[in-house]
Design a protein around this ligand. Structure first.
Ligand code: ADP
Ligand code: MG
Length: 238
């Protein structure tokens, strides 16, 4: 579970070819970071994988099944939105349980899954609070909890820490890495921040104007950047 293959995947918005056809292989359990400058197509690529945008070419295979054209809910992936996507009038418990309630899961099973997620995220003592009574980092963890309860085959993050201040960002980065260690579920993480990419990724995908410039481990990219763009972006001594 959590293996994703993009084969000739492309996206046009009207006349604009935002993603020219590209291929990418994501292995089960990998922490993959899409990094590149603002406007290069990171969010679009993630939304294509999530099914929130339709491709204009190519195929998306998830766990061996053709997911092209399949609705987001049927893909078995969870998109983690920024913490402001929480419902302010609901408790932490209800916020985390939300997708389970929508799926009509029995109450006892909802509770069990919410408590398990809260434990992984160190939120157990906050379950009866409202989002407004939490810190920014705790709110972000609630947003992640809402993804965990769905037991997705992959988590998709789109710049989840961009709302947080610098100190908190460093802490949350470590928490997300730790979560990956615990769950070993595939994670695709979008950021324009090179430091985030270099410290969190198993595999970095460097994007520039919708094209993949290079794919490799942080060390690969640092030591052997394929071109000036990658070298400049990663900050290699070249
Ligand atoms: P990033 O996340 O890397 O900053 P995006 O994927 O948001 O970049 O955007 C890539 C390009 O696609 C940008 O030029 C953006 O203006 C364009 N774009 C994104 N979404 C749409 C849309 N719904 N309609 C038209 N153009 C879009
Ligand atoms: Mg974006």
């Amino acid at each position: 579970m959590g293996q994703i293959t993009l084969s000739g995947v492309a996206k046009r918005f009207g006349e604009a070819q935002v993603i020219p056809p590209l291929d990418l292989e994501i292995q089960d359990g990998e922490f993959v970071v899409f990094v590149g400058p603002s406007g290069c197509g990171k969010s679009t690529l993630l939304r294509l994988i999530a099914g929130l945008e339709d491709t204009t070419g190519g195929r998306i295979i998830i766990d061996g099944r053709d997911a092209t054209g399949v609705s987001p809910a049927q893909r078995g992936l969870a998109m983690v939105f920024q913490s402001y996507a929480l419902y302010p009038h609901m408790s932490v418990r209800s916020n985390i349980a939300f997708p389970l309630r929508m799926a009509g899961l029995p109450k006892a099973e909802q509770d069990r899954k919410v408590e398990a997620a809260a434990k992984v995220l160190n939120l157990t003592s906050y379950l009866d609070r409202r989002p407004g009574q939490l810190s920014g980092g705790q709110r972000q963890r609630v947003a992640i909890g809402r993804a965990i309860v769905r037991e997705p085959s992959a988590f998709l993050f789109d710049e989840p820490l961009s709302n947080l201040d610098a100190a908190l960002r460093v802490g949350m980065r470590m928490e997300i890495s730790e979560l990956h260690e615990k769950l070993r579920t595939t994670m695709i993480y979008v950021t324009h921040d090179q430091v985030e990419a270099m410290t969190m990724a198993d595999k970095i995908v460097v994007l520039n104007a919708g094209r993949i410039e290079q794919v490799g481990s942080p060390l690969d990219l640092y030591r052997s950047p394929r071109n000036i763009f990658v070298a400049g972006f990663i900050g290699s001594p070249k």
